[in-house]
Design a protein around this ligand. Sequence first.
Ligand code: GTP
Ligand code: MG
Length: 320
Amino acid sequence: MEPFRAGFVAIVGLPNVGKSTLLNLLLGQKIAITSPRPQTTRNRILGVRNLERGQLVLVDTPGLHRPGGRGRTELNKFMMDQALSAIGEVDAVLVLVEAPSPDEVKRLEHGAYKIGAAHDTLLAALAEAKKPALLAVNKIDLLHKKNFLLPVMEAWAKAHPFRAVLPISALRQQGVDELLREVTALLPEGERLFPEEMVTDRAERWLAAEMVREQVFVLTRAEVPYAVAVTVDSFAERAAPGQADGRRMDVVIDATIHVEKEAQKRILVGGGGRMVREIGSRARHEIGRLLDCEVHLKLFVRVDPGWSQDARALKELGYE
Ligand SMILES: Nc1nc2c(ncn2[C@@H]2O[C@H](COP(=O)(O)OP(=O)(O)OP(=O)(O)O)[C@@H](O)[C@H]2O)c(=O)[nH]1
Ligand SMILES: [Mg+2]
């Protein structure tokens, strides 16, 4: 019989490559927020996947980006540290990259594939950590000419001694079974690390704040999502009257959307409160799915000048 394997696996890569989407897919449940914008994830988040012969403790991380432009804030330093330090603390690393873009495909037609310099930090961290690692090329559903996958996979196989290089689509759920097999094979033999019923290390109220932030990332543009942090001020569960099994009837949540400037507050509130209402109604739906009960959500928008540059404010907003 196959030995039972268990361990921590960091999912790392550049922003927007699909790390959080993959985490949710591997868990069969949405716990990490995702959006079409880069730098959506800011904290590590742990998700537990139980298999017949193993337990994967997956660690989603913020996308690795170079400090420059927006990347100079204290918040960005925190995000980079969350991702890079994870590599040193896990048993194995799953690197996620994207299938070549149409521009890269054009270049591929005229020569070999070159791994972008944006990956330098990640490759250096991998070399230093000396952890078993696997690479998955995600979003292959977007690649119309599949024959360009091979040179890309070869280039990655040369860049680091990955145990395997696999093509996947987190969105279309392609290549996932093989990925699970290969990831499990990287882990040490051993017992479960967490109880079987545990899905994540994050509290429901933290996940609720994230789901509000997700809708800000989906619905607002330019610098606005990057100026937003969300805190849950109160989270009250109510039991159905006379219900002895402790099942909750609903949850009443008050949350604050923190922005850095008055102009951003105006955008988030929107004409006649339209934007904050839309954020609230979509987030309420997502939180309801997560908590599996009715949710009442009240949102406040507040200006906290320069919070993303201020180490103390960051701690108060949950980035520590
Ligand atoms: N077409 C396609 N889109 C995908 C796939 N996987 C993820 N996406 C999309 O890519 C975007 C980014 O996904 P995320 O999961 O938020 O990416 P991330 O790597 O966690 O991003 P950060 O947290 O910002 O680092 C979202 O719009 C996803 O729907 C895929 O396999 N195919
Ligand atoms: Mg993410």
